[in-house]
Design a protein around this ligand. Structure first.
Ligand code: GAR
Length: 264
């Protein structure tokens, strides 16, 4: 049997995707082992799931951190290695943008929380970081410290919609309310946007007139529980490569796209 890769998982809630990954690992359906589970939410049931399996857990309480920073100067609290200008540039925020102060504060508070996450994670070397219902947007400060080799992204996310449609916190709800005939889920490598980055895999299901939001969610989570382990296994087998492709139209215009190639 192939050597198992080490995966770290971040969750904010119930952790049913985490459960599917733990089961897939326990039954050797994936060559991967969960080495830690972290959360921004002390009440996340996903932490209990992990503990039941003897997996180490930690919490970085974002809400408490954000509360603690309110009304206080942040200079002494931000991590020493935070290069705010670089983070803002990577995020595409212009130096003269309105609301600059507010934006700077947002990124400083997130970097404080992310530095705490990185400190906790440092205890558990890992090959792949898996976001399984982690409802916080990670900033370039964090992402660049995990993706130390830009050609080898190693943070994955699952989203309950066919991206790039319906990013955000309620992918199924948004799909259902829009009246889509098809819904689905997406696993992708994480870049600097919210639920954006090169797509690794997607699964789709039909939405029929009698469907309710609950039946849609039910159909979809079942597919998530299959899709995430499948994508983790492709990573474990070293079969994923992000490549940039350029396609030239007849009028000379160039179309650039980043795709994940899956080798056989
Ligand atoms: C899942 O449906 C996942 O796709 C979604 O959160 C849920 C977590 O459920 N993630 C997002 O919406 C990310 N934007 P779980 O805790 O039971 O795995």
């Amino acid at each position: 049997m192939a050597q198992k890769i080490r995966i770290g998982v971040l969750v904010s809630g119930g952790g049913t995707n985490l459960g599917a990954i733990i089961d897939a690992s326990a039954s050797n359906r994936i060559d991967a082992k969960v080495v830690f589970v972290g959360s921004d939410n002390p009440g996340a049931y996903g932490l209990k799931r992990a503990q039941k399996h003897g997996i180490p857990t930690f919490v970085v309480d974002y809400q408490a951190i954000i509360k603690e920073t309110r009304g206080r100067p942040l200079e002494d609290m931000v991590p020493e290695d935070l290069d705010l200008e670089r983070v803002l540039a990577r995020q595409g925020i212009a130096p003269a943008s309105s609301d600059r102060m507010k934006i700077e504060r947002y990124f400083c508070t997130r970097a404080i929380a992310e530095a705490a996450l990185l400190r906790e994670m440092a205890a558990y070397p890992f090959d792949l970081l898996v976001l399984a219902g982690f409802m916080r947007v990670l900033t370039p400060y964090f992402i660049d410290r995990v993706n130390t080799d830009p050609s080898q992204p190693r943070i994955m996310n699952i989203h309950p919609a066919l991206l790039p449609s319906f990013p955000g916190t309620d992918g199924y709800g948004d799909t259902y309310r829009y009246g889509c005939k098809v819904g689905g889920c997406t696993v992708h490598f994480v870049d600097y946007g919210e639920d954006t980055g090169p797509v690794i895999g997607q699964k789709a299901f039909e939405i029929v007139p009698d469907d309710t939001i609950d039946t849609v969610r039910e159909k979809s989570v079942k597919l998530e529980w299959q899709l995430y382990p499948e994508c983790i296994q492709l990573f474990a087998e070293g079969r994923l490569k992000v490549v940039s492709k350029t396609y030239t139209l007849e009028n000379g215009a160039e179309i650039n796209r980043k795709i994940v190639e899956i080798s056989t």
